[in-house]
Write a protein that binds this ligand. Structure first.
Ligand code: IPE
Ligand code: IPE
Ligand code: MG
Length: 242
């Protein structure tokens, strides 16, 4: 364990229940070191391990991570294949420990286009960990916020729901995140000031935090900084302060 992981952090006055992370900047992290992009994705995956540990330690109950977007298929074939392989290896290597630690793994996104063998591993991981309660880890993989809304509308129509029955609560029940509270805090690494199709419905009133730090370098200290900033924010939800 590195020094920063042994460090104790003063308790925060309020901790978000649900955190979303747009894990961005793997490619730039690699490029800055003269390495291929895929080395950045590997480093990013290793970072995920320590961020998961920190998430439990900080008392966060739900974490949604953006791992692969519906738009990321447009990347070069080798990179897409590399990302699929990394996902498979991650499940193979980390699943036993995640299960032991009480992590419930969920998937949000479409299964179509995901290689069959990886689909099977994902389904196995979801099934194995379904009763775990310590942390809900929502993996946004082949995820797009617009695709999610399209899928919801299709199912609403298939279920024969009438126009009068459609309200915000009903739509929320048809999203991939049905039953989970909306994210309180969405963190984006590597400085980009955009949402990139992540939780566009659920994030309507999320607090956003953007750091220039690339994802592989986003450590527990950086995480604590984000949570400190969140604790200082005044959430108003359209009302007047106080
Ligand atoms: C995020 O890092 C990981 C994925 C999108 C899969 P990027 O690969 O987008 O890294 P940059 O933004 O090019 O640096
Ligand atoms: C968002 O990052 C997707 C993930 C982190 C998985 P991108 O790097 O794909 O987003 P853009 O292209 O900068 O908007
Ligand atoms: Mg990026």
């Amino acid at each position: 364990m590195s020094q920063s992981e042994e460090k104790t952090y003063p308790p925060l006055p309020k901790v978000p229940v649900h955190v979303g992370i747009i894990m961005d900047g793997n490619g730039r992290w690699a490029q800055a070191r003269g390495l291929p992009r895929i080395a950045g994705h590997q480093a990013g995956t290793e970072n995920l391990r320590r961020i998961l540990r920190a998430t439990v330690e900080f008392g966060i109950r739900i974490l949604t991570i953006y791992a692969f977007s519906t738009e990321n298929w447009e990347r070069p074939r080798e990179e897409v294949e590399g990302l699929m392989n990394i996902m498979e290896r991650m499940i193979d290597q980390e699943l036993p420990e995640l299960h032991r630690e009480g992590v419930q793994i969920r998937h949000i996104g479409r299964m179509e286009r995901v290689p069959e063998r990886l689909q099977e591993k994902i389904r196995y991981a979801l099934d194995l960990t379904r009763n775990n309660q310590r942390l809900i880890l929502n993996v946004a993989f082949n995820y797009g916020g617009r695709a999610e809304i399209v899928d919801a509308v299709r199912r609403i129509i298939q279920d024969g729901i009438s126009a009068e029955q459609v309200d915000e609560a009903l739509i929320a029940r048809y999203l991939y995140t049905a039953g989970l509270p909306d994210p309180d805090l969405i963190i984006r690494t590597s400085g980009e000031m955009r949402v990139s199709n992540f939780l566009i419905w659920q994030g309507a009133y999320a607090e956003y935090y953007v750091t220039p730090v690339y994802w592989p370098d986003f450590d527990k200290d950086e995480y604590y900084k984000a949570l400190t900033e969140y604790a200082r924010r005044e959430r108003r939800f359209g009302r007047v302060p106080g």
